[in-house]
Design a protein around this ligand. Structure first.
Ligand SMILES: [Mn+2]
Length: 251
């Protein structure tokens, strides 16, 4: 598997400037490739990310480290075009990121792009850890039939969240996993742009991330929105543990 740095914060709408500095710090000490972003040109940067991701995913599994969440649009497009089996997309995020469909797609809109362009069928898309939803997003998710697991559901006893995830894993052949660090509680991940209280704890996240990795079906992962400029060191440490487990699980 390949580790790829995607140091772009051009789709962040000024809410998380500086997250382009994260990949170098998260991946430091490991061997990785880097996508050469085009300064101050969001659309060309998007194209470069897509082309590079398509080349990498055409040969092997990969973990992409951003950067802001807009990079996932190009990455999921590349995943979709290099997939041969039934695809699923699992997004860990406090927000559903589907406010509108307006190009270029920002970090608040990329999910709507993925659905509207048909990169992944809406019913094979699951958003996990959600706790801040715009009214437009609520309507959109319902209309399209996107699977949503709220942070409250993940935290509730009984393992129903895990069962729902296992159902999606069972009916999929190739899975893309996108991890926005703001899915975590601000107490353990303060270094990001949009902090939302009552987020996932580390064991709650790994309780769902592990079965994904164990399925052997995960072909691509991204980790986004970590901002070293806003961090106390906790967020980078957590990001490194996610990368470590992902590398182990995608061998
Ligand atoms: Mn988010």
């Amino acid at each position: 598997m390949k580790l790829v740095s995607v140091p772009s914060d051009q789709g962040n709408l000024d809410k998380n400037k500086g997250c382009s500095q994260a990949p170098g710090q998260i991946l430091g000490g490991r061997e990785f490739e880097e996508v050469q972003v085009v300064p101050a040109n969001f659309e060309e940067t998007d194209q470069v990310i897509y082309e590079r991701a398509k080349e990498v995913l055409g040969r092997e599994r990969a973990l992409f480290v951003g950067g802001d969440h807009s990079i996932s649009y190009a990455l999921v497009k590349a995943f979709s075009e290099t997939s041969k089996g039934k695809k699923a997309l699992v997004v860990f995020d406090a927000h559903p990121d589907c406010v509108q469909f307006f190009k270029p797609l920002s970090h608040e809109d990329w999910v709507q792009g993925v659905v509207e362009e048909g990169f992944v069928e809406a019913e094979n898309l699951m958003i996990v850890g959600v706790r801040k939803v715009h009214e437009l997003e609520r309507k959109y998710l319902k209309k399209k039939g996107v699977r949503v697991l709220s942070a409250v559901e993940v935290k509730s006893a009984g393992g129903q969240a895990r069962d729902k995830l296992l159902q999606l894993i069972a009916l999929s052949e190739e899975i893309y996993v996108s991890v926005d660090i703001d899915v975590f509680d601000p107490s353990i991940a303060p270094g990001t742009g949009c902090l939302e209280k009552n987020g996932l704890l580390e064991r709650e996240f790994f309780g769902l991330f592990e079965p994904l990795l164990d399925s052997g079906k995960v072909r691509a992962i991204d980790l986004v929105e970590v901002n070293p400029a806003k961090d106390s060191g906790k967020t980078l440490g957590l990001a490194k543990r996610i990368v470590e487990r992902a590398v182990e699980g995608m061998k």
